[in-house]
Design a protein around this ligand. Structure first.
Ligand code: KG4
Ligand code: ZN
Length: 344
């Protein structure tokens, strides 16, 4: 089918995302977030997220359909995130997708959330999407992954990922230590603007020669988070004022440095002159700045889709479904499960 009309459903974390695409064209991208409900816990609570999806999903589907100006009967297919993500949250999206597929008698495509982030690039209205191969760095509250994409629908390799906390999670935890509200990423980013990134030298996880052998493309942020917490505690114990802006700037610098060092190393090692960024942490001002700097110095082309396509959304899932159809892939059988650790 040329330019299939596909509805995508994304419920792997705290965003209920419904998107509709026609081929490479974005028709609608509706997001309902349960972020506010998680704020008092300081992080996403799986059970709360699943319940919120259940309430939000049907209205979100109606909204996306209305915005796209289509009828559900016009669809060529449904696509849904089957993993990785929170099991209970995934199950709500998968249940809705199967119900739609059965009742409308449409094919259903189960897709990988991380590969979906890469597919988001195709929908960027600002220009032609990347050619492949490309390296993709995906950083959010739920994942920190480095991918080598030789072909979106048939050849995606996971080069590395976090062995503990996701980068966004580290931002949220450090913000808590500094007494800033959830989600902490935007708060740290704001406060860091007036701080000195060289004030404190925080550790860069998994960058020592001994770590690089086994973990060249892996990330670790839990040691960094602990180092920040210890540093702040010591200041408080000593009765000194905590230089919040300097701590935030120095922490942000450490995260950005590690992310871009490893991403550019992957471009270099695999001789791939393209780097695509995705995930909510891509909103970070220093991450963006350093990405531009390092990419230019390395002769690597950089792409950062608009933020609405970088954060979790249904349109990227719909687009990956459309790409599968356009490349002749068969739909999924209706018995696939939610797979919280689905490999790429
Ligand atoms: O992709 P996303 O919206 O949702 C998932 O995690 O799935 O990413 C949210 C994460 C949160 O951890 C949030 O603190 C972080 O992205 N974030 C940021 C910034 N904006 C959002 N982290 C650093 N700097 C920011 N400006
Ligand atoms: Zn994501």
């Amino acid at each position: 089918t040329d330019n299939p009309l596909v509805l995508g459903i994304e419920t792997s974390c705290d965003e209920t995302g419904i998107g509709i695409v026609r081929g490479r064209e974005l028709l609608s991208n509706t997001i309902a977030s349960s972020m506010d409900e998680h704020a008092r816990y300081g992080g996403v609570v799986p059970e709360v997220a699943a319940r919120a999806h259940l309430e939000a999903i049907v209205p979100a589907i109606h909204e996306a359909v209305a915005e796209a100006g289509i009828s559900l009967h016009d669809l060529d297919a449904i696509a849904v995130t089957s993993g990785p993500g929170l099991s209970g949250a995934l199950m709500v999206g998968i249940g809705a997708a199967k119900a739609l597929a059965v009742s409308l008698d449409k094919p259903l495509y189960a897709v990988n959330h991380l590969v979906g982030h890469v597919g988001a690039d195709i929908l960027d209205p600002a220009g032609d999407a990347f050619e492949y191969p490309t390296v993709a760095l995906l950083v959010s509250g739920g994942h920190t992954s480095l991918l080598l994409v030789r072909d979106l629908v048939s050849n995606v390799e996971l080069l590395g990922e976090t062995i503990d906390d996701a980068a966004g999670e580290a931002f949220d935890k450090v913000a808590r230590v500094l007494g800033l509200p959830y989600p902490g990423g935007p708060q740290i980013d704001r406060v860091a603007a007036s701080g000195d990134p060289k004030a404190i030298r925080f550790p860069r996880g998994l960058t020592l020669p001994k770590d690089l052998e086994k973990h060249r493309y892996d990330f670790s942020f839990s040691g960094l988070k602990t180092a920040v917490a210890r540093w702040v505690e010591k200041k408080r114990d000593d009765g000194d004022e905590v230089p919040v802006a300097d701590v935030a700037a120095s922490f942000r610098e450490a995260v950005a440095d590690v992310l871009l060092t490893k991403a550019i190393a992957a471009c270099h090692d695999y001789d791939v002159p393209r780097l695509l960024l995705g995930g909510g942490v891509v909103a970070n001002a220093r991450v963006r700045e350093l990405a531009a700097e390092r990419a230019q110095a390395a002769g690597v082309q950089l792409r950062i889709p608009p933020l609405s396509l970088c954060t979790d959304n249904g349109a990227m899932i719909a687009e990956l479904g459309a790409q599968l159809i356009m490349n002749g892939h068969a739909p999924s059988t209706l018995d696939f499960p939610a797979d919280s650790s689905l490999p790429v």
